[in-house]
Design a protein around this ligand. Sequence first.
Ligand SMILES: [Cu+2]
Length: 148
Amino acid sequence: MYKFILFAFIALLTACNQDSKNTFTTNDAWVREAPPNASMMAGYVTLKNNTDQDSFITYVKSKQFNMVEVHRTIVVDGVAKMRRQDDLPIPAGSSLKLEPGSYHLMLMGPKSALKLNDEITVTLGMKLGDKIEDIDIVMPIKKQLTKN
Ligand SMILES: [Cu+2]
């Protein structure tokens, strides 16, 4: 009996993992190292929407920062500016790359000093139809993106 319960529990865990894997996949998550007193940091990640529905990033939050927004860097008359992106879409079956010079997570107001190799956990609220699914992403602080 005990063995059966254990087996059922493992099967359930496996089913849960597969479910979240089927909805969104995240890759290459990192936060760019900033000076110790920096009031803002930029985070990058590649998000894949594995569903057949369009998805939208409705909110971003992190317990380690006062506020997080999705931004896009654009160049206007030769000057780089940042614009907040509300409900940024990730179309069905598509990937969205947040990377330097383009889309990024703007992490504002760190609640404690953060340094190289620290990990930041960010929660993305992904809208799918009339539901919102929270995706947690662990983002290490690095000097640059390094592939393992
Ligand atoms: Cu920004």
